[in-house]
Design a protein around this ligand. Sequence first.
Ligand SMILES: [Zn+2]
Length: 343
Amino acid sequence: MAKKSNPFPLQKISKLGFYLFLILFYSNCFLRPSGNLTNYDSYFPHSSGTSSIPKGKVRATFLGTSSILLDDGETQILTDGFFSRPSLWKTAFSKIESDPLTVLSVIERAKINRLKAIFVCHSHYDHVMDAPFVAKQTKAKLYGSSSTLNVGTGAGLNQDQMQKFILGKPISIGKFTVTVLESKHTPPFHILGKTNATDPNHPNIETPLIQPVKAMEFIEGGTFDFFIQHGKNRILIKSSTNFVKGALDNFNADVLFLGIAQISLQPVSFQDEYYKQTIEILKPKLIIPIHWDNFFKPLSEPLEPNLKLGDDFDANMKSILKRSEGQKLEIKLLQGFETIDLF
Ligand SMILES: [Zn+2]
């Protein structure tokens, strides 16, 4: 007599169980925030930004990752403008695109209503994805690399609303003067055999990128810092945790927005050089760490530190707090939509 096949053979169940265990294990270990913000409460200014901007002052609003709105009461400029923040699941397994309702809600809540320019620091999706949509909505000009401009063209933005970066050449926007400087992307990382390193044979987005696309289609296309002058005050925005040696040698900054993603995962020698090439050279009075938040979570919810999957917020903060010890400078963190008057 033929043996009846068991619909739930032990082998299959144990295999399923094994995978479930793996998923739960990884979720528990790696899909948790890599720090607890309540431990850093004293670094948050807890400012509401409801008052009007005092004359001559510049107000900054943090909008997650390295999206920063600068406003002097007359003119607004924005870096990146990444607001859609699709979930980890969606980013990993399907195509992604700007979510108009989400972006519009951020534009409204952050009172982006006199925006003149958007500067995109590189063309990975967590920087560039929404920039063309924000430009269209606000009529602001999109500044970026050729890759960023291809994202703009793919989204239907007119050529006269876009301008390619000219390194080192100051651009006047209202009372702001912005100079784009060459930088480098955070060193590549490897997770489960995958890497975010740029393929040297395809370093740029070479044709108009029409969303929705897979996250991998957003190729870095070069990474840039922004040196921003406003009257006698100076700001440096560095979104990616890396540097071009000597690139900031002739600059000072009162305020440094400093990318801290994965800083503690780098060798100590890299960390030393990173701080030397930024804090030591620029001599800021105020440092505002950026790109520390888990950008798979919506901006409408309170920001949480990056996931353990690819970062270590606690160790990053420890690293920067240690290097700034005993120096005459302040470190402040900003929640999503939180504002600070810089000068
Ligand atoms: Zn990137």
